[in-house]
Ligand binder design. Structure first.
Ligand SMILES: Cc1cc2nc3c(=O)[nH]c(=O)nc-3n(C[C@H](O)[C@H](O)[C@H](O)COP(=O)(O)O)c2cc1C
Length: 358
């Protein structure tokens, strides 16, 4: 028996496990597989135009009756700054030369649009049971519309202050994202990555500070981690990295190799890939230019000048300029179908908890 049933009762899933939304690494296929395994599937919509998000949800709805989570970024957009972009391109110029790329050729701007009225209409139309946000919450009028459409709203907090802010501003569930987590730090009331607490320290402090149910995220990859999250007072877990090597993910073949070879000390927090701090497997540009560079333009504009390099290197089978977002438990990821992995995670957690109780 799960020691805390609040998330199961709220989401109406078999297990209190949420597949983390992982933009760029997955689509409907992984959501469906995880839902079939008894957890909540999350569709990352941050990189999708509204039409594509609609299409993906329709695919999910045709295949499973389970609840679904649509996930969006809600950062405050910053206009591209021509001088900073030029400086960044100059910083990367040796790589352009090495790959024979004309640095004067126009590049499509990196697109990571925040949640807006067009996406809100998609939510109103498709009525996902859950909507989650990263980087805070959208403006109150949009949030009211999401909630009026019947969605339970979740968002990530990386420090206690953010958790309290989310509770006061309309979230229904808090995701406590520890520093171990893969992908972008959901931080929105601080920009100091050196001060970001790990999951073990963050979860109980968030649980003590808010009344809402708390989902633990970051570094959880097996039954021991799930049991520990419940021991710390979490009512559920959100797991990303552990699912990356499932056959249903959209991780490329060379990136799968990098993930399979990763160890406990392979990931770092970097700002060079997008302009915002995120944790991933170290690659060449992160090592040589970062991992933190003051030259990186603001999110998401750092990604613009990297795009032609990423494409050229990937043609050579290299991930030198590719985002390999993953958390510190990357080595514990398993190559197995996602439904099976979900049931294995839940079973191992329940076994661990009953052993601890007995
Ligand atoms: C490849 C990857 C992409 C991610 N993309 C998103 C995203 O689009 N939206 C989001 O809210 N969180 C994203 N995250 C962060 C997750 O929500 C979550 O905090 C994290 O996966 C939990 O830590 P773990 O990776 O150690 O399980 C991403 C994580 C990874 C590994």
């Amino acid at each position: 028996m799960w020691p805390d049933r609040r998330i199961i009762d709220l989401f109406k899933t078999e297990f209190p496990i949420v597949l983390a939304p992982m933009a760029g690494a997955m689509d409907a296929e992984l959501v469906i597989a995880v839902a079939q395994g008894g957890a909540l599937g999350s569709l990352p919509c941050a990189l999708l135009p509204a039409e594509k998000a609609r299409e993906q949800i329709n695919i999910i709805r045709q295949r499973v009756t389970a609840p679904v989570n649509m996930n969006f970024f809600c950062h405050t957009p910053v206009e591209a700054d021509a001088a900073r972009e030029a400086g960044w391109k100059a910083r990367l110029s040796t790589y352009y030369k090495e790959h024979g790329i004309d640095s004067a050729a126009p590049i499509n701007a990196a697109n990571r649009a925040p949640f807006d009225a067009a996406m809100c209409e998609v939510v109103e139309e498709l009525k996902p049971e859950i909507v989650s946000f990263h980087f805070g919450l959208p403006d109150p009028a949009l949030l009211r519309r999401v909630k009026a459409a019947g969605a339970i709203v979740m968002s990530s907090a990386t420090i206690v202050k953010e958790a309290i802010w989310l509770e006061e501003n309309g979230a229904d569930v808090i995701i406590a994202q520890g520093a171990e987590a893969g992908g972008h730090r959901g931080m929105f009331l601080t920009d100091n990555i050196a001060e970001q607490p790990g999951t073990f320290a963050l979860v109980p402090q968030v649980v003590d500070a808010v009344k809402l149910p708390v989902i633990a995220a970051g570094g959880i990859a097996d039954g021991r981690g799930i049991a520990a999250a419940f021991a710390l007072g979490a009512a559920g877990v959100q797991i990303g990295t552990a699912y990356l090597r499932c056959p249903e993910s959209k991780v490329s073949a060379p990136a799968r190799v990098a993930l399979a070879q990763a160890k406990d000390d392979t990931t770092v927090i970097t700002n060079v890939m997008t302009g915002r701090p995120a944790r991933g497997v170290g690659n060449r540009v992160m090592r040589e230019v970062g991992p933190i560079s003051p030259d990186a333009p603001a999110f998401p504009h750092a990604a613009t000048a990297l795009a032609p390099l990423k494409a050229a290197a990937e043609k050579l089978g290299k991930v030198d300029f590719t985002n390999l977002w993953a958390g510190q438990a990357v080595r514990m990821g398993r190559e197995m179908p996602a439904a099976e992995l979900t049931r294995a995670l839940a079973g191992a957690a329940l076994a661990r908890m009953s052993k601890l109780a007995g």
